[in-house]
Design a protein around this ligand. Sequence first.
Ligand code: FES
Ligand SMILES: [Fe+2]
Length: 443
Amino acid sequence: MIEGTAGSYASVVDLKAGTIARDIFVDDAIYRDELEQVFARMWLFVGHESQIPNPGDFFASRMGAESVILCRDRERHIHVFLNTCRHRGMKVCRYDEGNTPLLTCPYHAWSYSLDGKLAGVPMYNKLYDGVLDKSQWGLIEVAQMVNYKGTIWATWDPAAPAFEDYLGGAKTHLDFTLDARDGREGGSEVLGGIQKWVVPSNWKFGAENFLGDTYHNISHRSVDLVGIGPSALKGVRGRRDEEVPGGQELWISFAQGHGLHSALRPEANAYARTFLDNDEVDDYFRACFEARKQRLGERSRMVSRTGTIFPNTSYHGQQPRALFVWHPHSATSMEIWRFYLVDRDTPPAVKEFLRHYYMRYSGPGGMTEQDDMENWNYATAASRGTIARRHPYNYQQSVGAFSTDDPVPGNVSLQITEENARNFYRRWRDCMIAPSWSDLQKP
Ligand code: FES
Ligand SMILES: [Fe+2]
């Protein structure tokens, strides 16, 4: 059993040896420390503005293990509140999403306006007058919130750095996920509903996988052979939307803990026909490609594949273009949420094509995603035992292969590497030890 102390966390993540103790994926005491040290302080993804377009709209989300309400007030301002009544803690909002003039608690009917103020208390004059100061008992709101290109992020820590500083160099790559396919800034919306499902695995398995673990592609061999992708071809081109023939794959990590896998197209930067079984979709993406090239010039050579923004938000930059959240439930259970993205002004037929492809690839019924879940599920089960926990995981892959002398900012590797994972757990360990943001080494 690991005690939650600075010394012990330094030893469970041994970056010199390239080993990490299994306890951080299965231990309850470490999990409880994580909720405090990581989830109560970092910036977390909460939802997308397109989910709450009108005043009164709300979406029940999560931050760490806790329920929060993302909503839009009458003045159209967006808020994020803890989903708990200030009276006896009842969950104020028990629906996944909807529209309401007031958030009324089902227990004793205290009601809150959508800017979080305590608006109504039954029998106030008789029972509380002169005692209960309503202005002090509104919903608990996050310390900081930001609308970044339509995506809503929040933190409980007023001392956390500004969101863009928190993103650091990962911003460019996240931008390629959030920006329009033709290179305009922002403009995305969530396509359809949110997929949510519970997997018996620690949340870090998902976060780590999306840091750029291309080493595991072998476990998708069977689905690659089937050819479920938009090109309708077997093999890798049957799975990905866009190949980068002759390009340079990049694995990049940042001091803030983020890690990602992107690629740089060759200088010729030509469109590779991808949607072979649908001309309308292919024409649309070809036009987007050319417009983006025009708009961004050299920068348009960058292709954003996958990445994880520390601690628990990941993205797929191309297809299936999506944001994922790995919500912790316990040391050995997480709830995965997927938000699929499209440009708002994408033609309906293209949206429909993508909707089918997204479901075929991703989510609890997606053929590719099922492979990942199986790995994380069984790895967790096989790591919980008394004997198993005596033996650490190995993180020695491509030690020292990355350099800073590369085409883009960050610690870049030109070959498959676990450096992104090592960097992620370095940041995780620092968070678990640091008493406050000022103690965390600010990048
Ligand atoms: S718990 Fe909400 S009104 Fe009592
Ligand atoms: Fe995978």
